[in-house]
Design a protein around this ligand. Structure first.
Ligand code: ZN
Length: 257
């Protein structure tokens, strides 16, 4: 992203003087509940599968969704807190051992403050084929040099040691597709991770439709994509999040309860 021959982009090129705000001050739990509802609303969630964890800066415990609730029904008071060993330390619900995918990734990656995992449909089409999406549209630049494919499926990640192995295979990537399974998106904050999660499903859907044509897509230059990547991360993620939050709260203010 920072190679010398990359085109500039992002806030170096243009920084907005003002951006539309969320409109209300959200607690961490409220913000996370909004993230679940938004990603469910755009088709990212397979009913009750998957998790979002958020380990705020300087903390070792993390917010997470409980076992058994669908993403589209979660409210702020449903959010639980687990410690680094995946034990529930606060909350009225239980949390599945599958959460180890998240706790071990947080342990390995100080930059991954938010980890999102689920099984969105078009990601899963490519995951069933054991392949990453070809980046053939501007928005795909978000994932330039930042994609990882875990090629083998070997059952549930239900222990810390299996999850630590998976974290090692993911390395520094912010977006990983797990063959025959789903996706893991990470970010330095909630806005960044949600933006990656929302974008990868669209990127995979487009790549799949392009594949179906049987024709060769027009390639993009790495340098141009690097500039766009900066713009998307530095400029688009925050405003995407604010808009997603406004729409989600408007659709059902009870998400904040
Ligand atoms: Zn899963």
């Amino acid at each position: 992203m920072n190679a010398p021959d990359a085109r500039q982009g992002g806030l170096q090129v243009w920084a907005p003087s003002v951006v539309p705000p969320v409109g209300v001050d959200l607690t961490d739990e409220q913000a996370l509940a909004v993230a679940f509802r938004h990603l469910a609303a755009i088709g990212f969630a397979e009913n009750l599968a998957g998790h979002i964890t958020w380990q705020p800066d300087g903390r070792t415990d993390m917010f997470v969704n409980p076992w058994g609730l669908w993403w589209q029904e979660i409210t702020a008071s449903d959010i639980c807190v687990v410690n680094p060993d995946a034990r529930v330390v606060r909350g009225r619900w239980d949390v599945t051992p599958a959460i180890h995918i998240h706790t071990e990734l947080h342990r390995a990656r100080s930059d991954a403050r938010v980890v999102i995992h689920n099984h969105p449909y078009y990601v899963c089409v490519l995951a069933a084929l054991g392949r990453l999406p070809e980046l053939v549209h501007q928005t795909g630049s978000l994932f330039l040099d930042d994609l990882c494919l875990v090629e083998t499926y070997d059952g549930e990640i239900d222990s810390a040691s299996r999850a630590a192995d998976l974290a090692a295979r993911i390395g520094g990537a912010n977006l990983t597709i797990l063959a025959n399974h789903g996706v893991i998106a990470t970010g330095r904050n909630l806005a960044e991770a949600v933006y990656r999660a929302a974008s990868i499903e669209r990127v995979c859907r487009l790549a799949y439709d392009v594949l179906l044509t049987g024709m060769r897509p027009t390639p993009m230059n790495w340098s141009d994509m690097a500039g766009v990547q900066r713009s998307l991360v530095e400029r688009a993620a925050d405003v995407y999040w604010a808009g997603a939050a406004r729409l989600t709260i408007k659709a059902d203010p009870a998400v904040l309860d």
